[in-house]
Design a protein around this ligand. Sequence first.
Ligand SMILES: Cc1cc2nc3c(=O)[nH]c(=O)nc-3n(C[C@H](O)[C@H](O)[C@H](O)COP(=O)(O)O)c2cc1C
Length: 175
Amino acid sequence: MSEPSVDPALFRQAIARWATGVAIVTTREGDADFGLTVNSLTSIALEPPLLLVSLSTVADTTAVLARVGAFGVSLLAPEQRAVSERFARATPPGPKFEGLAVHRGLTGAALLDGALATFDCRVEAVHAHSDHRLFVGRVVAAQLGRDAAPLLFYRSRYVPGDLLQGLDESAPGRR
Ligand SMILES: Cc1cc2nc3c(=O)[nH]c(=O)nc-3n(C[C@H](O)[C@H](O)[C@H](O)COP(=O)(O)O)c2cc1C
């Protein structure tokens, strides 16, 4: 007996109650930078350090990232909301990076100045599910950036994570 299907609108509304941070995933092919806004970022393991991102096959960045086999991740602060909006628009890659202060990671990917933390990853595995590709990246470099509040995404809205400002990383209660 098959399970009843879940209404996609309900699923969307329900999962929107899962609060996330916001990150920019970037990759570089030749002299060209590509990137998009994501909130599907998950840390899979600490040793070795692995990150996962789920990218739509519709996004231009996805095919490039699959070819290049490497990507950068920049975690955004509330002041970078406009960057998130810019990278969430399906525009040609060039204008996305115009006027943006970036530095280069080990893999050559653009990492955003002013990010809370940045990571450089080499793709270790790709899993195809539905219209998304899950990229498992081995973290080859990690950097702490601004010690500031995060930009959050909750119920399909941006929320400044100001309440989280100043929480001590060494405080008890971490997993
Ligand atoms: C907060 C937020 C989170 C997003 N998360 C993802 C994600 O995890 N994976 C994805 O494929 N697209 C995600 N998107 C949508 C992409 O950023 C968007 O489709 C983008 O235009 C793709 O750019 P590209 O076609 O130049 O690669 C998200 C958008 C927003 C606003």
